[in-house]
Design a protein around this ligand. Structure first.
Ligand SMILES: *Cc1c(COP(=O)(O)O)cnc(C)c1O
Length: 388
């Protein structure tokens, strides 16, 4: 193949700069590598970015979702509506909090939770809903919060893809009781591993803070500071979900660049859109009016009938051309665990299945050079317009 680049283009490789590296070294030199002042600084920066009352840093978005479910008071057997088109962590958080994830189909065009589906899945046991702002596209929050308030449901947003997203002038993650963010390596802001819960409710924030560190009272966070030894009390059988200063050292330099890099991904996004117009694919629809898309994932939907190639063959062909690709996602109800535990099967959620069988995520990191972007385009066009 003449269009193979020399080195493998890793999917979702993060952009890390000198300031982060210096900050990590500074933490190492100081000896303060656990939870400390840099975590507090990152929380304050993120809180300000979101314009909310509280931000609590944790070890991952999975931890953020788990603690949010517990803080919301989920009881054994309580049901939480979760889109089937999401990552496993969204549903697993419900399960680990003792609840039951009730899956719902997505809108085939936006890939977000279909509000009509949400309404259809509500039972007397439903306590909450977790909208996922898929690929960075804000969910229809007017419809979702409307349904939630009519049925007395709590809204906990999974905003792992959507740090920068806005809906009708308001930041995503601030619509529900709590909003959960991820700083995993492939996400828009990275700390290696890391997450954040934002909320305007001080009680939720306190509960999450306590539960994230062994269930020890708030002062425990300052236990090793220079103000001397402090006794702590354990008030809950908590978890070990705290973020460390080594992680926050990355975050405090990533966050100020978040809009700059959003702009870079927007440019790549539009380049892809133009490059694939004539191919047997469905490119992502334009962002809805009055919203800001976070441009986290560029998901191409293969017109598998028109293209004469399966999605999995396409993935293999991209890899042969040294381009890393992703699949976001194979819907949860197609995975063995949820089928065995809850009886879901293929046929239950047609829109999510249609996407699951066709979707491919292309590299979309601010780290990509213009040449990288052209390599991706050349590979896609080579496979789909010349045949294989
Ligand atoms: C990445 C992701 C998570 C989990 O985030 P971690 O920080 O890796 O725990 C949860 N939900 C969605 C939609 C994600 O993409």
């Amino acid at each position: 193949m003449k269009d193979v680049r020399e080195d493998f283009l890793v999917f979702g490789s993060p952009r890390i700069e000198g300031e982060e590296m210096e900050e990590v070294l500074d933490s190492l030199r100081s000896g303060w590598i656990g939870t400390g002042p840099k975590v507090a600084r990152f929380e304050e920066m993120f809180r300000e970015y979101k314009g909310c009352a509280h931000a609590v840093a944790v070890s991952s978005c999975t931890a953020a979702l788990h603690l949010s479910m517990l803080a919301a008071g989920l009881q054994p057997g309580d049901e939480v509506v979760v889109p089937t088109m999401t990552f496993a962590a969204t549903a697993n958080a419900v399960i680990h909090a003792g609840g039951r994830p009730v899956l719902a189909d997505c809108d085939r065009r936006t890939m977000n939770l279909d509000p009509a589906e949400l309404e259809r899945r509500i039972t007397p046991r439903t306590r909450a809903v977790i909208p996922v702002h898929f690929a960075g596209r804000p969910c229809d929050m007017d419809a979702i919060t409307g349904i939630a308030s009519r049925h007395g449901l709590k809204v906990i947003e999974d905003a792992a893809h959507a740090v920068e997203a806005e809906y009708h002038g308001r930041k995503v993650g601030t619509f529900g009781e709590m909003g959960c963010f991820s700083f995993y390596v492939t996400k828009n802001v990275v700390t290696g591993e890391g997450g954040m819960v934002v909320t305007d409710n001080g009680e939720y924030a306190d509960r999450i803070k306590v539960m994230a560190l062994h269930g020890m009272t708030r002062d425990a966070w300052r236990r090793f500071s220079d103000s001397g030894y402090r006794h702590y009390q354990v008030v809950y059988a908590g978890f070990k979900y705290n973020m460390t200063d080594l992680q926050a050292a990355l975050g405090i330099h990533q966050l100020p660049r978040v809009d700059l890099w959003w702009e870079r991904r927007r440019v790549i996004w539009e380049r892809y859109d133009r490059a694939f117009q004539d191919l047997p694919v469905f490119t992502p629809p334009a962002p809805e009016p009055g919203t800001r898309h976070a441009f986290h994932l560029y998901t191409l939907l293969l017109d598998t009938e028109g293209a004469g190639i399966s999605r999995d063959r396409f993935l293999a062909e991209m890899t042969l051309r040294n381009i890393g690709v992703g699949v976001h996602y194979v819907a949860l109800h197609l995975h063995p665990y949820y089928q065995q535990a809850y009886g879901y099967r293929r046929g239950d959620f047609p829109a999510a299945e249609w996407i699951s069988d066709r979707t491919v995520s292309l590299p979309l990191s601010a780290k990509l050079t213009d040449e990288d972007v052209e390599d991706v385009i050349e590979a896609v066009r080579g496979i789909l317009s010349d045949g294989v």
